[in-house]
Design a protein around this ligand. Structure first.
Ligand SMILES: Nc1ncnc2c1ncn2[C@@H]1O[C@H](COP(=O)(O)OP(=O)(O)O)[C@@H](O)[C@H]1O
Ligand SMILES: [Mg+2]
Length: 145
């Protein structure tokens, strides 16, 4: 599914709609350059889990932000991860799957570890426009987004 956002607020709204369709165990893998809107989308997703938007930051030194809840929510930013060792060291694998929901920025850094996830690719289409492609949602969910 491909969507076009015309501003940060719309991207957050798309994130919220996506977030409402997630269930415990889901991982959302975000791909896209710096400034493409990954953190903005994550704010919307997090809102669907009752997390305040101001609590979701793009501080790149925070690799894993955990928000306790039912399900627990993880916002993972792999920008500074350089190799498999860094990934292991940060404890990223422990946050994915099971009974939590995880949103991962720079998901390409998970390497071949990304399976069974919802893939979101974000592209800057100039000014405030962003192309957002979402794959891996259940058929029924997708039709309603
Ligand atoms: N349609 C849009 N969607 C998301 N962000 C947008 C949009 N238009 C402009 N922006 C701006 O682009 C920047 C996106 O930043 P951010 O979400 O932190 O990106 P990333 O996490 O991918 O680096 C923000 O400054 C935001 O206000
Ligand atoms: Mg970011």
């Amino acid at each position: 599914m491909k969507l076009t956002s015309d501003g940060a607020a719309r991207t957050e709204e798309i994130g919220y709609e996506l977030g409402k369709r997630l269930k415990a165990g889901d991982t959302v893998a975000l791909f896209g350059d710096l400034g493409s809107g990954k953190t903005t989308l994550t704010r919307g997703i997090a809102r669907a889990f009752g997390i305040a938007r101001r609590d979701v930051t793009s501080a790149s030194f925070t690799i894993i932000a955990e928000y306790p809840g039912d399900p627990p929510f993880f916002h993972i930013d792999l920008y500074r991860i350089e190799n498999e060792e860094d990934l292991e060291g940060a404890g990223v694998w422990d946050c994915l799957g099971r009974n939590s929901v995880a949103v991962v920025e720079w998901a390409e850094k998970l390497g071949c570890g990304i399976k069974n996830c919802i893939r979101v690719e974000m592209t800057d289409a100039g000014d405030d426009r962003r192309e957002i492609s979402i794959e891996g949602l259940d058929e029924e969910d997708r039709n309603n987004l």
